[in-house]
Design a protein around this ligand. Sequence first.
Ligand code: OVM
Length: 415
Amino acid sequence: MHVTRSPGEVSGPAGGKVLPPGCPVSDIDPFSNEFFADPFPAQAELRDAGPVVWLSAWSLWAVARHAEVSIVLNDWATFCSGRGVGLSDFAREKPWRQPSLVLETDPPEHDRARSVLNRVLSPAVVKGLRESFAAKADELAAALVEKGSFDAVSELAETFPLAVFPQALGLREEGPEHLLAYAGLAFNAFGPPNELRRVALETAAPHVAWVTDQCRRENLLPGGFGAQIHEAAERGEGITSEEAVLLVRSLLTAGLDTTVNGIGAAVYCLARFPDQFAALRADPSLARAAFEEAIRYESPVQTFFRTTTRPVSIGGVSLDEGEKVLMFLGAANRDPRHWPDADRYDVRRRAAGHVGFGWGVHNCVGQMLARLEGEVMVAALARRAASVEISGPVVRRYNNTLRGLERLPVTVRPG
Ligand code: OVM
């Protein structure tokens, strides 16, 4: 049992920080491999400890229930992103890279950049990609079913987004190893200064150099998302050409590894719960819901932080100004206070209201694109395969923010 009641004061890294008397304290380290290997019991403990918990391992506040995670996500003025959405507080520490113009800003600056991305990734644009994405997904599913046994991470969850996203963005070179390494690095960098973050930053240079280069106007093919961002700047739509470079970087950072882990989550769910795969095969119109429920169930993006801009009371606990608050999106998505039968993967569930894509002003700008990728890949698999079975050791991939697998060996029977 990790959770204790606060005697009012804690020692350690907090250095004599006085906590509100009676507030829950936990020594769970949510950035340890032990936690990543099986986060669910620890997340339940954090939810049950109280609406807000002090994490002594890294000296910060955390919210793990759906209600409080939603409160924090919906109040950008109090829980800001401009001081970074990782543990590092940009007001005290130099960020590892120039801050993102959307992720790491607050209104009104945020909204200027966001509206450009909203237009570039609009529902109409995403709709226009459906046919070509579906064809690619079907081609991949057919080849994999033909093969019979394969690794659903390297041969499916990574292969499909790599086959469609860099092209939609307009990259000249595909450089898949750089794209996935860069995103892995960025998501590790949100975490505390543990081994994962240190090693990621130490090996970052070649990936940073490659990504930075790909964001330049001349390296982006006409018609892609990247060129459209630069064109918005050229038309004077609220961003400069330097800002356009950084907005392209946002898509490169957030657009690939996330969908890799989302699609990986969906295949992992369908392979573990054959009755759900059968339900999907019986009614292929459930493909989109099956992907959405996998996002709720596995929460590929597990956590984000905010920083308080003023003293605030949440769940009866008073937080000072300038405090980091960790939001457990994954724990909120499994909160039994919000979800009936929260730990059941159910393709017929109404998963709307999950916070796997965030919520509020920073909600995922690429979520319609992610859903398109997930839906067509799940649908293609259900069309081509009669069953999906795990056929070897499942190996987890460890990252400070992303939840997903390194290897998922499966055998599929042709449908
Ligand atoms: C960004 C960004 C946005 C969302 C997630 C993310 C690494 C990055 O704007 O760079 O994760």
